[in-house]
Write a protein that binds this ligand. Sequence first.
Ligand SMILES: Cc1cc2nc3c(=O)[nH]c(=O)nc-3n(C[C@H](O)[C@H](O)[C@H](O)COP(=O)(O)OP(=O)(O)OC[C@H]3O[C@@H](n4cnc5c(N)ncnc54)[C@H](O)[C@@H]3O)c2cc1C
Length: 395
Amino acid sequence: MNLLTDTPIPEESREIKARARAFADERIRPEAMAHDATGEFPIEILRAAQEAGLAGRYFPEAYGGSGWTLADRLAVIEEWFRADGGIGLALQLADFGAKVVAMHGSDEQRSAWLPPVAEGNRITGLAATEPRGGSDLAGMGTTARREGDEYVLDGEKYWTSNGVVADWIVVYARTDEAGGHDAYSLFIVPTDSPGYEAETIDDKMGLRASQQARVELDGVRVPASNVLGEPNRGFYQIAEFFNYGRIVVAGHGIGLAAAAIEEAWDYVHERELYDEVVADKQTVRHELVDMRERFEAARALTWSGIDRRRRRGAPRGRGAPGGKPDQQDPPRQRVPGRVRGGQRRPARHRLRALVRGELKPPWRAALGPEHDRRPPRHDQAPFRVRLAHLASHEW
Ligand SMILES: Cc1cc2nc3c(=O)[nH]c(=O)nc-3n(C[C@H](O)[C@H](O)[C@H](O)COP(=O)(O)OP(=O)(O)OC[C@H]3O[C@@H](n4cnc5c(N)ncnc54)[C@H](O)[C@@H]3O)c2cc1C
């Protein structure tokens, strides 16, 4: 069974999708469970993906990038997340900061910072979220104060993907004491700057191969030329950036759901009870049809976001999230588990990793070890409202 068909994908993105599928089958899937167990960052797989031209340079060809369209990107992300969410996210975010520079940097900044990333020599990140929350971007506490030709950054960031392994990250910080939407700027910050400290957040429940960090900025100095675009435009810059990311994030749920449904489908067609395969039970057939229909609807909605983008330009409003709300629909996530009966429970079964990864992907996936023992089935609401903070091991 192959749920990630070519059907909704534009003709010109199908070749890259096929390459991503081959790479995922060969390099990601065989190593997925080992990385899920240890939470180790998949540096070897990332290097291989970079060499294959599949990761780490989603920006214009003029700066050494892949020149991919958003459709190319989504087609690849679906395939990676079908193979494994944690490794998929690690590959996806290797150029996280570089993409922000590509979108909002000057030509000079792009020429200086992007080519080394394209050559596979640099890992980047983006630090917006802080310990007290990630949604309220006009309320972040990290400050950047101008001193001569430099800015001095102070504060704490949380959930910074690649915060420990990156060579440089883009930091979102307040540059105007008045606060509000016009008070933030984006800075390129090398991670070897004095005053930059990062520690890995351990024990995530899902997406374990991707690495997030708590980052402390204690008097970190960067030249004023490291500000992206105009000062105090950071809120709008990041909002525009996330409009693209949302469509791709929908691909996380699509890929994970495809894998979970395919696993469950195979299982009920092999498992025999009362002298027939479980798939022949009428109620099970209803479940199978229901989950496939929901999957197809979510995928169609997601790709319609790409189509709107192609026809109308920048993704905005309805075109931005695409299928994100629908692909996160909890019942669809639960069904593949239910049809497996007790077989979904064993700690190292792939379906468990998939379900943990799909819990409100991607940020909502990071629940603590407590919940690893209690897979969500009846009640998703507490997970939804706590978001990433559930991942803290103190919870
Ligand atoms: C695996 C992973 C990787 C991540 N990578 C990065 C990264 O690289 N860089 C980075 O900066 N961040 C990163 N994040 C953080 C992520 O962006 C945040 O989790 C997200 O922004 C939400 O913030 P929060 O978890 O603090 O939730 P909060 O902002 O505390 O929100 C709590 C709850 O309030 C709800 N809520 C918020 N605003 C409203 C509103 N206006 N109306 C109604 N309800 C509302 C939310 O939906 C949620 O249910 C990552 C998180 C994870 C788990």
